[in-house]
Design a protein around this ligand. Structure first.
Ligand code: HEM
Length: 415
């Protein structure tokens, strides 16, 4: 580390939130695992340490149930909040084995590779329609008109929601984020009550959808999840509702940000954008590199449930560990020239989708959506350029732009 380089371990500091990579590089060089007073948490930034942390069973994902217990004790939260948190506590992503193992096993059938491959044409058609409207309408924000609506429509369709209901999904996913983990910044208080009402609407919608699929099974993910895995064990109705909500929550904003961050990285590296225009078949390896370079999830949170050792450091039960994926993905011990965007990088063992038992269940779907969206933007929008300032949402977990303002030279008829 350069002598005198300042160590910043507040990842929410506005300059770090806007551009985290320099601060993360310093932390990664400084020590293997770093106690951050501002976050009151350990920050793990090195690739190998994070890989080790993913295997350490003393690091728990179970972070909603303790909140529920706390709320009940303090009787602080409304019944509606408690009800929503009860729903969230059934999510596999916030469960440990054996509950996690069971939920993941019962959901896995819905993510069979063929089902995802079969979505290829449909996703291309959705992207084409969104881009047609983007171009014809003279719009400028690629998040509002492409990256944000696309994943919500895809999940709605894959769950088998009727066409006329699919637009409601995007609002529910925002409301879930707000109620679940307090996203939403300043607008939080005023939006909280509305969000809770949205959640109740979402829960009754999924209950009706489940009822419909019991009467009329379809070729959709919900029907597949209802069928179980042949072991005789099945998800209860509450678990099915929770699962639908999880797929929406886990699959929407992440994919939005993966598409948007990827486009920004290309615009900031014109040589790589030109390379992708010349060689569109590079899109698969390009998307892996874009996920590594500036992936949508910066930090994954774990609670320590028993005293343990991580990267040579004693960590006590009750403490928190933040696995900083954005730092691991630029660790020079793992990646040659890690700050360079190299669409041909191979191998590319990035961990933007996590690792271990919780590794992203929707990774193949997310990759497909990101490839089709970015590939189509590059093909259909010649002269693509940034047309405004970029600002990032204040968030520890997400690397998320507010807007992606662009200009281009495409004509409305061009496909
Ligand atoms: C580029 C987009 C995406 C990224 C970067 C991403 C990333 C991640 C990461 C890092 C985890 C691990 C969380 C942890 O260890 O605590 C995860 C879990 C998960 N993701 Fe994704 N995800 C994306 C898209 C999706 C999509 C489209 C879906 C489904 C529609 C999805 C469903 C899930 C589920 C169900 C889990 C929980 C798995 C478990 O706990 O066993 N994700 N994702």
């Amino acid at each position: 580390m350069a002598a005198g380089a300042q160590i910043i371990d507040d990842l929410l500091r506005p300059d770090v939130n806007a551009d985290p990579h320099q601060a993360l590089a310093r932390l990664r060089e400084l020590d293997s695992i770093h106690w951050s007073e501002p976050h009151r948490a350990w920050l793990a930034t090195r690739y190998n340490d994070i890989s080790e942390a993913y295997r350490n069973r003393a690091l728990s994902s179970d972070r909603v149930r303790p909140l529920l217990a706390m709320n009940k004790d303090e009787n602080e939260q409304s019944t509606a909040t408690t009800r929503v948190r009860e729903l969230l506590s059934q999510w596999m992503v916030v469960s440990d084995p054996p509950q996690h193992t069971r939920l993941r096993r019962l959901a896995a059938g819905a993510f069979k590779q063929q089902r995802i491959v079969d979505m290829n044409q449909r996703i291309q058609q959705l992207v084409d329609d969104l881009l047609d409207r983007f171009i014809a309408g003279g719009h400028t924000d690629l998040i509002e008109h492409l990256a944000y609506p696309l994943p919500a429509i895809v999940i709605a369709e894959m769950l088998g929601a009727p066409q006329e209901d699919r637009d409601r999904f995007r609002h529910w996913s925002d409301e879930l984020a707000l109620v679940a983990f307090g996203a939403g910044g300043d607008a939080r208080e005023e939006r909280h009550e509305r969000a809770l009402r949205g959640m109740e609407e979402m829960v009754s919608f999924f209950r009706e959808l489940i009822e419909l699929r019991r009467r009329e099974p379809g070729d959709d993910m919900l029907t597949a999840m209802m069928a179980g895995d042949g072991s005789g064990d099945e998800l209860t109705e509450d678990e099915l509702v929770a699962m639908c909500a999880l797929l929406l929550f886990a699959g929407h904003e992440t994919t939005t940000n993966s598409i948007a961050n990827g486009i920004v990285a290309l615009l900031q590296h014109p040589d790589q954008l030109a390379l992708l225009r010349e060689e569109p078949d590079l899109i698969s390896s390009a998307v892996e590199e874009l996920l590594r370079f500036d992936g949508p999830i910066k930090v994954i949170n774990r609670w320590v449930t028993q005293d343990t050792e991580l990267a040579g450091q004693q960590i006590r039960a009750g403490e928190r560990v933040y696995l900083v994926l954005s730092a691991a993905n630029r660790d020079p011990a793992k990646f040659t020239d890690p700050d360079a965007l190299d669409l041909r990088r191979s191998p590319n063992p990035h961990i933007a989708f996590g690792k271990g038992i919780h590794a992203c269940l929707g990774a193949q779907l997310a990759r497909l959506e990101t490839r089709i969206a970015i590939g189509s933007v590059v093909r259909r929008l010649p002269g693509l350029r940034l047309a405004g300032e970029l600002s990032y949402k204040e968030s520890l977990a997400a690397r998320a732009l507010h807007r992606l303002p662009v200009a281009h030279d495409a004509l409305p008829t061009h496909r």
